[in-house]
Design a binder for this molecule. Sequence first.
Ligand code: NAD
Length: 268
Amino acid sequence: MALKVGFIGAGKIAQSLIKGFTNAGLTAPQHIIASASKNDVSDLEVIQKLGCTATTKNTAVVRQSDIAVLAVKPNIVPEVLAEIRDVLEPPKLLVSVAMGITLRKLESSCLENAHVVRVMPNTPCLVATGATAFASGRYASEEDCELTKSLFSSVGTCYQVPESYMDVITAISGSGPAYMFMTLEALSDAGVRHGLPRNLALKLAAQTMLGSAKMVLETGQHPAVMKGEVCSPAGCTIDAMHMLEKEGFRAALMNAVEAAYLRTREAG
Ligand code: NAD
């Protein structure tokens, strides 16, 4: 039987997941229902265009689905949970992708014994290259975890982790695509500055990021070792490395992750 997936919140991450899940053949648009705020006409239209059911009723989403994905901003979570509490009867699974909202908070706002998982996906799920991690709640069953794993593995990689990892994971891979996009933008700007057409510069930069990431994943080598292999003695790359160190590149990235991490913890 087809898996019925409901989304409460139909914004950027919900749309990435809907496209990813349907492209992967895990479910079909006619088995997906998603809700948005009634003021959010554009998200409701996108959902309809994707062939899914759009609604402004969160209880309808829960009633009509096997799994309900909570994909609203963290500050909206309490009012949504109060609304769906009585229709989210165990063993129906609640999959929360809301940044920073702890399992304890989720469980305490649901009916007793609620089956809950806390998931952090990222937007590359849209192109089946997502990085997802999840932690399971007290009453989530083996089957719930398997289902979560199979859903998110269909759109990339998916790891089950202790909940204590979730805030930093949010800062690394949940927010991470934004760091990568900024890097790609800067690299292509640099190419344009030195005479390359924008499109060519961006394609070369993106392929370089993809290839480097693939090398890390496929060889299992430490990135420092592979970085060393690109740097010939007295060559141009080591000059670039020197400049990145001088400009505080590593510290900037580590500080960025810390800022996102602290913000995530505030939300919890
Ligand atoms: P968004 O602003 O694009 O979408 C939010 C959606 O919630 C909109 O469709 C809005 O209409 C809807 N909404 C608002 N109030 C509602 C209500 N009362 N009932 C039902 N729907 C309501 O936000 P987003 O970027 O998709 O983020 C949503 C959640 O996903 C956040 O908690 C965020 O932390 C998490 N998340 C986002 C990303 C990402 O890359 N954007 C990645 C991982 C996790």
